[in-house]
Design a protein around this ligand. Structure first.
Ligand SMILES: C[S@@+](CC[C@H](N)C(=O)[O-])C[C@H]1O[C@@H](n2cnc3c(N)ncnc32)[C@H](O)[C@@H]1O
Length: 335
């Protein structure tokens, strides 16, 4: 059975997509990212099938092992409102990585794929970018379904993170007709649930006595609420969840969301960021700079959302072939 669910984990980062798929019963046979710092985190958590650190554009497609599903949250900068707005024209070649994915799909013709990206991939360049993506995938023989899923509605974690998920299956298999995106679920986890015990938190995360503290303490912080420092003022997240975690958190300054606990006002810790992305408590954080960890978890995906999509993908592929009916599985909360 596992033979039919072998995956390659591209743009693997710290393996968020991998965990979701492995929980759904898929087996990872290859992992790639060109960021050496990801390897520390990745290999510590996935000692078998470790990260191949290489530019995907330099990898020979012939060298990839046999696989059935391609997975990849391909770099989102060219499509991001906050990013450079270059789309496929991006000079540094990032936009072209989609076409590297296409080259692999064309040559190896796996059963299916999951691609993940920022929400506005759909509307970028008046919808032209997404039209190119969709037409290209159709042209090479894949039918696709795409949907924007918010982690707080589909992943059971208190993070307002909207991402587009593109699922594709080989047209000849017809699995796309068996596939549906998961339904929304009630959010039962609050910010308070994901916070670490103040006793266990290093003093370095607290603003007490740090330069910004004077400005911060004028604001009536409440426990269980997430705040952001916006250069001159504090922004409170009224919705009771955390705003989208981003790679910018690793750039220093005050990009990491702020909370208040019994000991004071502080940044979220890397562990709390991992929890907000649905990573399990067993996920190990290596002893590397916080800036790298913040970037890695901001760049990652919400594991619990991916897991639900992966289960439905597997169900779609099973239905037709083995006629196995699976019950709808509830998301196992990671926190
Ligand atoms: C949005 S992140 C995906 C993170 C991943 N889904 C996770 O759960 O951690 C995109 C990743 O693509 C990687 N990347 C960008 N360009 C690449 C390239 N040319 N070759 C390989 N990896 C690349 C980045 O280093 C980054 O880790």
């Amino acid at each position: 059975m596992a033979q039919k669910y072998r995956t390659i984990d591209l743009f693997a980062g710290v393996g968020g997509i991998r965990i979701g798929f492995e929980r759904a019963g898929f087996t990872t046979v290859f992992a790639n990212d060109f960021e050496p710092k990801c390897k520390d985190t990745y290999d510590q958590n996935f000692p078998n099938v470790q990260l191949t650190v290489e530019d995907l554009q330099k990898i020979d497609i012939e060298d990839l092992p046999e696989f059935d599903f391609l997975l990849g949250g391909f770099p989102c900068q060219p499509f991001s409102v906050a990013g450079y707005r270059q789309g496929f024209e991006d000079e540094r070649g990032r936009g072209n990585l989609f076409f590297d994915i296409v080259r692999i799909l064309k040559k190896r013709r796996p059963t299916g794929f999951l691609l993940e990206n920022v929400k506005n991939l759909h509307t970028h360049d008046k919808g032209n970018t997404f039209r190119v993506i969709s037409d290209t995938l159709n042209k090479i023989g894949y039918d696709i379904e795409a949907k924007v899923l918010n982690s707080m509605k589909y992943g059971g974690v208190p993070q307002n993170r909207e991402r587009i998920y593109i699922v594709g299956f080989l047209r000849e298999n017809g699995y796309i007709y068996n596939f549906e995106f998961p339904e929304s679920i009630d959010l039962k986890t609050s910010i308070a649930d994901i916070l670490e015990n103040p006793r266990d938190i290093d003093e370095k995360y607290y603003y007490n006595d740090k330069p910004l503290f004077e400005k911060l303490q004028k604001y009536p912080f409440r426990e269980g609420v997430v705040y952001q420092w916006r250069r001159k003022y504090i922004r409170e997240n009224k919705s009771g969840v955390c705003p989208t975690l981003t790679a910018n958190m690793g750039m220093g300054g005050h990009n990491v969301p702020i909370v208040k606990d019994k000991r004071g006002i502080r940044k979220l810790t890397p562990r709390e960021c991992a929890r907000l992305q649905g990573f399990p408590g067993t996920y190990q954080l290596p002893n590397i700079a916080d800036s790298a960890l913040y970037k890695q978890f901001g760049n990652s995906v919400t594991v619990t959302v991916v897991e639900r999509v992966a289960r439905n993908m597997k169900r779609a592929a099973l239905k037709d072939t083995d006629n196995i009916k699976q019950p709808r599985l509830e998301v196992e909360l990671a926190v």
